[in-house]
Design a protein around this ligand. Structure first.
Ligand SMILES: [Zn+2]
Length: 84
């Protein structure tokens, strides 16, 4: 993750990111992509399968990958009905 020197700097970066996302979506729409069913899904990435931290080892012992350690939140954008 980025480290910001100040909340003001963070705001500026968020604004730029939003502008770029908006631009990208407009381009996709111009390409004929139907974005009316566009969805944004929040998810948490789990640690890599080879991770040996305490949480991951315990998950392996219980044979339940959902108990694995989590990395930071991620977002996934997709069109409904076209889910990867
Ligand atoms: Zn882990």
């Amino acid at each position: 993750m980025f480290r910001f020197r100040s909340p003001k700097e963070q705001d500026a970066v968020v604004q730029v990111a939003l502008k770029q996302i908006e631009k990208m979506l407009k381009e996709m729409q111009a390409d004929g992509k139907d974005l009316t069913r566009l969805k944004l899904k929040k998810f948490q990435k789990t640690h890599h399968a080879t991770c040996r931290c305490e949480q991951c080892r315990s998950a392996k012992a219980k044979d339940d990958p959902r108990l694995r350690g989590l990395l930071e939140d991620g977002f996934k954008v997709y069109v409904e009905g076209d889910e990867p």
